[in-house]
Write a protein that binds this ligand. Structure first.
Ligand code: SER
Length: 317
C-alpha cells in the first residue's frame, strides 16, 4: 500500500485528488500538505493527516516524509499561466525550484514522484491539431517554460538516477470544489458558476479559441492510473498527453444554453490570456497514454455540463 504526500493539496486539483487517493489507498495513507495554515485547509481534507509545508523548505518536507514513512509524492504546487506572466521570477522559483527540491528528495529517499505538465508546455510552433506526444514545444509563456523544463528535469532524474518520476500534460481542468486561480482555461469553470448565479457570463477568451479541457473526475483518475501503470510498458514517463474534449467559448456556451435557455454570453477578451491561449494546441493526440497505460476519458462536454450544472444548482439555488 502506498504512503502518499500531496503537495499543494488545498488547490484546485489537490482538493479533489486527496479524497480520490484516500478512497483508493486509505485515509491515513494520504497526507495533505499545503502552504496555507492547517486551520485554512478545507474541512474535506482535514478528515485525514494534514501538514503545513512550503515546497521551498527542504528540511520540513523531509521531516514530514520521515514522520509518515512516505513513498510517493504528488506535486501539485504551481503558479498558473496568466499569473506567471506578471510574476516570472516567482513562477520559476515555485514551479521549478519546488520540483527540483522534490526530485532531489525523491532521489535521496527513493520515492516515486508525480508532477503534472500541461497543454501550456506547447507553443505557437507546435502543430495545433492532433498535437503529437513528441513534437516541437518552445512555449512562449513563463508557465510553459517551467513546464517544459520540468518535463526534461523529471526525465533526467529518471534516466540518470532511476527516480520513478511520472506525469501527464493536463488540459484545462473543469471542477466544482475549489476554483482555479490565474489560469488561461479558468473561463471554462467560471462560466458554469456565473450561469447558475447570474444567468450570464462574460468570456475573457475569444470565440473560435479551441483548447483541450477535462473534467476533474477524469483528471484525478489519470493522475492515479499513470502512477499505477506497469513501468515495463512505459516508453514515455513525464509528459503523457491526456485529452477528453476540446471546445471554444461558443460551444461551451451552447451546451450551457441547452440546460438554461435564457443564458447569455458576451466577450471582454483579456489580451494576456488570449495570447497564451492562441499559443496552445487546439486538441492533443493522447494515443501514447491510451497505448502505454490504457488511458480513456469518461466525460465529454455534454456529460461535464450536466454534472457541473446539477452540482452548482444544488449548492446555489
Ligand atoms: N489550466 C492551466 C492554465 O490555464 C493550464 O495548465 O494556466
Amino acid at each position: 500500500m502506498k504512503r502518499i504526500l500531496v503537495m499543494g493539496a488545498a488547490g484546485q486539483i489537490g482538493s479533489e485528488l486527496v479524497p480520490a487517493l484516500r478512497a483508493v489507498y486509505g485515509v491515513d495513507s494520504v497526507v495533505a500538505a499545503d502552504l496555507c495554515a492547517l486551520s485554512a485547509m478545507p474541512d474535506s481534507l482535514r478528515v485525514g493527516p494534514c501538514e503545513q509545508i512550503d515546497i521551498l523548505d527542504i528540511p520540513k518536507t523531509v521531516s514530514v516524509i520521515k514522520k509518515y514513512n512516505i513513498d510517493t509524492i504528488y506535486n501539485l504546487v504551481a503558479l498558473l499561466s496568466s499569473v506567471g506572466e506578471t510574476k516570472p521570477q516567482l513562477s520559476w522559483d515555485i514551479n521549478l525550484g519546488g520540483l527540483m527540491n522534490l526530485l532531489e528528495i525523491s532521489r535521496e529517499h527513493k520515492l516515486a514522484l508525480f508532477t503534472p505538465s500541461s497543454i501550456g508546455a506547447f507553443g505557437p510552433s507546435t502543430p495545433p491539431d492532433n498535437t503529437p506526444q513528441d513534437t516541437i514545444q518552445r512555449p512562449t509563456s513563463m508557465y510553459g517554460v517551467t513546464k517544459v523544463a520540468g518535463e526534461l528535469l523529471a526525465d533526467y532524474y529518471h534516466q540518470k538516477y532511476g527516480v520513478d518520476a511520472r506525469g501527464v500534460r493536463f488540459p484545462g481542468i473543469i471542477s466544482n470544489v475549489t476554483l482555479p486561480g490565474g489560469g488561461t482555461t479558468d473561463y471554462a469553470v467560471q462560466i458554469y458558476y456565473d450561469a447558475i448565479k447570474k444567468g450570464s457570463f462574460v468570456s475573457n477568451i475569444g470565440a473560435g479559441t479551441y483548447m483541450d479541457m477535462m473534467y476533474m473526475p477524469d483528471a484525478t483518475r489519470a493522475a492515479i492510473e499513470v502512477m499505477e501503470a506497469d513501468p515495463a510498458k512505459l516508453i514515455h514517463r513525464n509528459c503523457f498527453n491526456v485529452a477528453a474534449m476540446s471546445f471554444d467559448p461558443e460551444e461551451i456556451a451552447a451546451s450551457v444554453k441547452k440546460a438554461i435557455p435564457n443564458f447569455a454570453m458576451s466577450y471582454d477578451v483579456d489580451e494576456v490570456r488570449q495570447a497564451i491561449a492562441n499559443s496552445w494546441p487546439n486538441k492533443m493526440d493522447d494515443s501514447a497514454a491510451r497505448d502505454e497505460w490504457g488511458w480513456k476519458h469518461e466525460y465529454n462536454l455534454e456529460k461535464t455540463t450536466a454534472d457541473m450544472l446539477s452540482v452548482l444548482k444544488q449548492r446555489y439555488q
